[in-house]
Write a protein that binds this ligand. Structure first.
Ligand code: SF4
Length: 706
């Protein structure tokens, strides 16, 4: 009898449900260990936000986990200036000794911490606690200040609460009119376009406001290609027209808002002819935009960084909210205002205490009751909690003996590339007596570091993130981290012990930190107290506020009331003002910045991924054909772009999609290609957001001596 054939069973790989490490869309993905220690990644069809789609950054995200340049041992700068591998004990002892010495010589405010919108909620929470309780410094802020601060400030002042989108992304598909203001989401978070296309397929209209004819604008029913820095004038002008044409919702204004009379008086000067002169948007286009927004049952205005990253960004957000409130749209189905958060945990990162003025759950560090609650939970005297510290740019501008901050700990942020007027910030970093950088890779900031600590990456740790909708999601661990790296939570715990305050920082795992975060937020505006890892896992994410274990979460806000004691939203009179720096005879062009779909933020990660670098290998300056002819440059030439702060060489890319008076470049590169060497650090007076999106430059072909 012949032997029976061997039956080979192909065992499918075990896939872990987790989320992309990059932007705030936080696409659900399924990750499994594949051959040779690599990870395979595919989009999660079941996750209700991306519904089986991802962008090229997500699909290639696993490449960094096994990247040969990944750090797997601490590095300590030696007297000869070189970085050398050392043990974890040596590195942490060095940091603690220098922190204690700086504190003794110069006081607690001589130290600062800088966090990131890439950190999980647990890390953001523990970093905030570490700064206030272990370093005892007021100075902690994060790179989300460069991203979401204006939208947050505007929403807090108008609605009493800041949640990027007060509704799920699925509502986009149901809006009759969608206005995307200064967001090129077709490039920055491509899977969101499935909701926009669905909206259009149902007969909806799309308006895009952008100085460039972006990939997003090319899909639009109406594109308003305004002059950079004039968004506030245009929004006020649309409100003027709405009042003049009787398109405001008087009943809604009376029932649900306050402050309209003062606002009405303030927009009287924003007549359509003036708006056309200031913004370049014709009266006819203004009328068409207003008609599309106002004469439908449901309309939605979503803003991106274009109008927000200005020295009047928070007022501009308020003008958007004024408009949508006056039209009676906020809190109605498939309608209202929202902002499209940028960084992966840009939402959660601003809720849990790594912002200079905040304690966890959006508590205020200047509110006595909030301070007392947190001091009790953290086991310290309320009087020992420091007050409000400096905002991100102001903190970095204070580095060195003159500014008083002599030691800085940076977690997951590449401030040397991401900050405005970056040349100045690099000089400040060089003056530090202690710079510690916790990251997976060396970058332009760690080039100045005394110590670099190698940390775990997204697939090797767990933690919660809060996506652009306010949905709290769970990143699950896929595999063990390599030998030699630690989680940021472990780093903070071990440093706290060495600084003599270890008891409040010893947690078994990320979930244990989350349990303390839940307690810290109970009863606060961003209330996470009813959440748990299990609940998040089972529900594919839960929207905050979620104040009890039985509570299902809150997908939609404002249907009945706003977050003020009287329940009414607040109008704000916000007259237009020009950008801090406008073109003149010496610097005759506008310069503005943005993203490529292949790269993320400072590019420290994505510039290391082969497919992404192949697709976008260099920083190109987008220039109109007429301007290119004037400057005698062709595609592929080098162009030297100069502002009052520095000069940058870009590769020329000629396109009719940009205005002839404006140059655009991405901010994903460092060194001599860093767009932020040019940008202006003029700050919004409320949000402290720098004016990344508008400055004045001149351009020419570089000469031999340049
Ligand atoms: S970068 Fe954003 S849009 Fe792209 S896959 Fe990741 S989460 Fe999704």
């Amino acid at each position: 009898m012949a032997p029976s054939p061997t039956i080979l069973r192909v065992v499918p790989p075990v896939e872990t449900k987790t989320h992309c490490p990059y932007c705030a869309f936080q696409c659900g993905m399924l990750v499994a260990e594949a051959e040779g220690g690599l990870l395979s990644v595919r989009a999660d069809d079941d996750f209700p936000v991306n519904r089986g789609q991802m962008c090229i950054k997500g699909f290639t995200s696993a490449e960094l986990i096994t990247h040969p340049e990944r750090l797997n041992t601490p590095l300590l700068r030696q007297p000869n200036g070189e970085l050398s591998p050392v043990s974890w004990d040596s590195a942490l002892d060095f940091i603690a000794e220098r922190v204690l010495a700086l504190q003794k010589a110069h006081g607690h405010a001589a130290l600062a911490a800088f966090g990131s919108g890439a950190l999980s909620n647990e890390k953001a929470y523990l970093l905030g606690k570490f700064a206030r309780v272990a370093l005892k410094t007021p100075h902690i802020d994060y790179n989300g200040r460069y991203c979401m601060a204006s939208a947050a400030a505007g929403q807090n002042r108008a609605f009493g609460i800041d949640r990027g989108l007060p509704f799920p992304v699925a509502d986009i598909a149901e809006a009759q009119t969608l206005l995307l203001w200064g967001s090129n989401c077709a490039d920055t978070m491509p899977p969101i376009m499935q909701w926009v296309f669905e909206q259009q397929n149902r007969g909806g209209n799309l308006i895009v406001v952008d100085p460039r004819a972006t990939a997003t604008a090319r899909s639009a029913t109406l594109h308003l290609q305004l002059t950079p820095g004039t968004d506030l004038a245009l929004a006020n002008g649309l409100l003027y027209l709405a009042i003049e044409r009787g398109l405001i919702d008087q009943h809604y204004i009376a029932e649900r808002t306050q402050g309209f009379d003062e606002l009405r008086r303030s927009v009287l000067t924003s007549d359509p002819a003036w708006v056309e002169r200031v913004t370049g948007v014709s009266i006819q286009a203004q009328l068409r935009a207003l008609s599309l927004l106002a004469e439908v049952e449901s309309s939605m205005l979503l803003s991106g960084r274009g109008p927000e990253q200005q020295s009047k960004g928070s007022d501009t957000v308020l003008s958007f909210i004024n408009l949508m409130l006056a039209l009676g749209k906020v809190g109605k189905p498939n309608s209202g205002y929202g902002c499209l958060t940028g960084q992966g945990n840009g939402q959660g990162g601003r809720e849990h205490g790594q912002k200079a003025d905040q304690l966890p759950g959006y508590r205020s560090i200047e509110n006595a009751e909030d301070r007392a609650l947190m001091a009790k939970l953290w086991g310290v005297a309320e009087a020992d909690l420091p007050g409000k510290g400096k905002s991100a740019y102001e903190l970095l501008d204070s580095l060195g003996p003159a500014g008083g901050i002599r030691g800085l700990l940076v977690f997951g942020s590449n401030v040397a590339v991401a900050s405005p007027n970056a040349g100045k910030i690099k000089k400040k970093l060089a003056q530090l007596e202690l710079l510690v950088v916790c990251d997976g890779f060396e970058n332009e900031t760690s080039a100045f570091a005394h110590v670099i600590l190698p940390t775990t990456q997204w697939a090797e740790e767990e933690g919660t993130m809060t996506n652009l909708e306010g949905r709290v999601i769970l990143r699950q661990r896929v595999q063990r981290p390599p030998d030699g790296v630690k989680t940021d939570l472990e780093v903070l715990g071990e440093l706290a012990t060495r600084l003599g305050v270890g008891t409040g920082f010893q947690f078994q795992n990320s979930e244990a930190v989350f349990d303390e975060l839940r307690q810290a937020t109970a009863g606060a505006r961003a209330d996470y107290s009813g959440l748990s890892y299990d609940k998040i896992r089972q529900a594919q994410g839960v929207f905050w506020p979620c104040p009890s274990p039985e509570h299902p979460g809150t997908p939609r806000l404002f249907a009945e009331r706003f977050q003020f004691p009287n329940g009414r939203a607040r109008f704000h009179a916000v007259p237009h003002r020009p950008a801090a720096e406008l073109p003149d005879g010496e610097y005759p062009l506008f310069f503005t910045t943005g993203r490529y779909k292949e790269h993320y933020n400072s590019g420290a990660q994505t510039r290391r991924v082969g497919a992404l670098l192949d697709a976008q290998p260099v920083a190109r300056v987008q220039i109109h054909p007429r301007l290119a002819a004037q400057l005698s440059v062709s595609n592929g030439d080098e162009l030297l772009v100069e502002s009052r702060r520095g000069g940058v060489r870009f590769t020329v890319s000629i396109s009719p999609d940009i205005r002839p008076d404006t140059l655009f470049a991405p901010f994903h590169w460092g060194g001599k290609h860093a767009a932020n060497l040019l940008t202006n650090a003029a700050l919004d007076p409320t949000s402290r957001m720098p004016e990344f999106k508008v400055c004045a430059v001149r351009a020419r072909k570089p000469g031999k001596l340049d």
